[in-house]
Design a protein around this ligand. Structure first.
Ligand code: HEC
Length: 131
């Protein structure tokens, strides 16, 4: 009987962790209500301006092509994210939120206040030009 209970529990934990894993991949983290569904008000031509802002504020950690391989990011844990890879899996609302508010507990600070919303959207447009 004890053995059966153990088997049931093991199976339950396995199922739960499998579900959890799938969910994390689909939705990295819940986007706060004030950001969810936001879309870039700027056209694709904002990317050039975004590239200039990116160079000054982001490239040292995220690298020239956004691969997370900038010199200032080399010693960080967690490492800076690969931005084109991220952009392939999440929406612009997610990216805009993360740049605005940062990732608590990491070297990724929030840029709201330092950068205007318009500049952050320019960067979002720029990230879409990266491969
Ligand atoms: C001091 C180094 C540093 C600088 C400068 C920096 N970042 Fe980051 N960034 C990080 C790190 C480290 C992470 C990874 C956090 C994590 O793994 O959750 C990150 C994560 C991100 C993420 C993804 C978060 C996620 O949820 O996956 C985005 C988007 C991002 N950075 C964009 C930018 C932009 C745009 C700039 C410039 C305005 C910038 N970063 C400047 C270090 C930096």
């Amino acid at each position: 009987m004890k053995k059966n209970l153990f088997a049931v529990l093991t199976f339950a934990v396995f199922v739960l962790s499998a579900c959890g894993g799938t969910e994390v991949t689909a939705t990295p983290e819940a986007i706060p209500a004030e950001f969810v569904g936001k879309t870039n008000p700027l056209g694709a031509d904002a990317a050039a301006a975004g590239g200039e802002v990116y160079k000054v504020y982001c490239m040292s950690c995220h690298g020239e092509r956004g691969h997370g391989d900038g010199p200032a990011g080399a010693g960080l844990s967690p490492k800076p994210k690969n931005l084109p890879q991220l952009a392939a899996t999440v929406g612009d609302d997610y990216i805009f939120w993360r740049i605005s508010k940062g990732v608590p507990g990491t070297s990724m600070v929030g840029w709201q206040g330092t950068l205007k919303d318009e500049q952050i959207w320019q960067i979002v447009a720029f990230i879409h030009t990266l491969k």
